[in-house]
Design a protein around this ligand. Structure first.
Ligand SMILES: NC(=O)c1ccc[n+]([C@@H]2O[C@H](COP(=O)([O-])OP(=O)(O)OC[C@H]3O[C@@H](n4cnc5c(N)ncnc54)[C@H](OP(=O)(O)O)[C@@H]3O)[C@@H](O)[C@H]2O)c1
Length: 409
């Protein structure tokens, strides 16, 4: 990690990619709350120019980028506009950036994340594609940076891949927090909790009639539309199993999913001695975002602490993969390799968009995933380079953008 500029009071320079989304806005809140530690240097987003302008007026970044290059953008004095295909990479590797926070959806952040890690920047990411499609690439880079630090000083906090590639997702943050101070060889199993979404007890007939409006009502979390639908199908938990495999280097057979409707236990680690260590909190993404930014320190946050007495009871049950097949399909894609996982996550983006626009029914999401993984995910090269991953992403999206989705042959 490059040293924070002493001219700036030792504050860490931050590039925030996807600043206007659900994660991005909450990251802005965390960064503003800890403005004594962080200086926002770069902001990037997709099409929401009005919100980007408002953020730039509050945070005064050196640079701001809107993917929609033709749209007008009224930035304050001192903030320049970045553009072009390489804008995110350029922002993520600036000399005055120490930490890159990734809140974009989709594969767009994969190149910037790799470039940032190569340039010695710490990356805190909520983005799923980073690990689901590019886990073999990003963890290799994070591992290389950690190994360089370990040569100098084994006790350096940056001598761990997780200090370079920091998870924001609440489940992976929970596992990360459980692993602090624990030897790697002591892990027996990872336990990812899932809220189960709004249709936990729905019958197959009820699932067939689920509407987008109903699926967007998550019982415990407030999130972006895509991830809310993914929670309802359990595809999100399948993607998280793949992310956990890469982050913690644990085999798929040792990663469990447990449905926990109250979303208080965010995930847990079972150790070889039979001890199960969990992290608990109220469902509030500002906490895992802040932990990823301040690790290994903990600072006060606006999250309400969990009240176990008020909660009264915490329930757990096994997921039903016959009613929610996306979890099984994702796990299988993960086992097959990164090509299959990349096909899965690209297909999921199309499937959710089609469900939301009414051209696919709710069970059709899982059907599309299975067809896409079967058609595009197989093949010998299960560790594609970034160009191949981006091409595959495009190919899968084009193949399923329209038309009926049958069962896989
Ligand atoms: N929301 C959560 O609570 C949560 C929890 C865990 C993990 N995640 C993961 O975090 C990621 C983001 O989720 P989200 O819910 O925050 O999504 P979101 O609300 O859809 O936000 C996505 C952000 O990416 C921006 N973006 C899109 N295309 C871009 C481009 N070409 N260049 C730069 N920025 C671009 C969007 O900009 P515009 O809005 O301007 O188009 C927006 O700021 C996803 O991978 C999700 O699965 C989310």
């Amino acid at each position: 990690m490059s040293s924070p500029s002493s001219a700036d009071g030792g504050r860490l320079g931050v590039a925030l990619l996807g600043s206007t989304g659900s994660i991005g806005r909450q990251a802005v809140e965390v960064l503003e709350r800890h403005a004594d530690r962080f200086r926002v240097v770069a902001l990037a987003t997709g099409s929401n120019g009005a919100e980007l302008e408002a953020q730039a007026r509050r945070l005064h970044p050196a640079v701001a980028a809107l993917a929609d290059g033709d749209a007008p953008l009224d930035l304050p004095a001192g903030t320049t506009r970045a553009g072009g295909a390489d804008a995110l990479e350029a922002m993520a590797t600036r000399d005055d950036v120490d930490l890159v926070v990734v809140g974009t959806a989709g594969v767009v952040s994969l190149r910037p994340v790799l470039a940032a890690l190569r340039a010695g920047k710490v990356v805190a990411t909520a983005n799923k594609e980073t690990l689901v499609a590019g886990g073999h690439l990003v963890m290799a880079e994070a591992g290389a940076r950690a190994a360089e630090r370990a040569i100098v000083h084994a006790g350096d906090p940056l001598a761990s891949p997780l200090a370079w590639l920091r998870p924001i997702d609440s489940e992976h943050s929970a596992i990360w927090q459980c692993l602090v101070g624990e030897p790697r060889g002591a892990i027996a199993r990872l336990v990812l909790t899932a809220s189960g979404g709004p249709f936990l007890d729905a019958t197959p007939d009820e699932l067939a009639g689920v509407t987008p409006a109903r699926a967007l009502q998550h019982p415990t979390w407030t999130m972006g539309a895509k991830i809310t639908i993914d929670s309802a199908t359990l595809a999100n938990k399948g993607l998280e199993v793949i992310e956990a495999h890469w982050l913690y280097d644990v085999g798929y057979d040792a990663i469990d999913v447990v449905v926990h409707p109250q979303s208080v236990v965010h995930s847990a680690v079972l150790f070889v001695d039979g001890s199960l260590k969990a992290q608990l909190g109220t469902p509030d993404m500002r906490l895992p975002i802040q932990y990823a930014l301040t690790h290994p320190e903990r600072l006060p946050s606006p999250a309400t602490p969990p009240d176990l007495v008020a909660a009264g009871r915490l329930d757990f049950r096994a997921p039903d993969e016959s009613r929610f097949p996306a979890l099984r399909i994702a796990r299988q894609a993960g086992r097959t390799g990164s090509r299959a996982s990349a096909a899965l996550i690209a297909a999921d983006e199309v499937a959710v968009a089609r469900f939301l626009d009414g051209t696919l029914d709710f069970p059709g999401i899982s059907r599309l995933l299975e067809v896409a993984v079967t058609r595009f995910g197989e093949g010998a090269d299960q560790a594609p380079d970034v160009d191949s991953l981006v091409a595959l992403d495009r190919e899968v999206r084009a193949a399923f953008a329209t038309g009926p989705i049958g069962r896989p042959a």
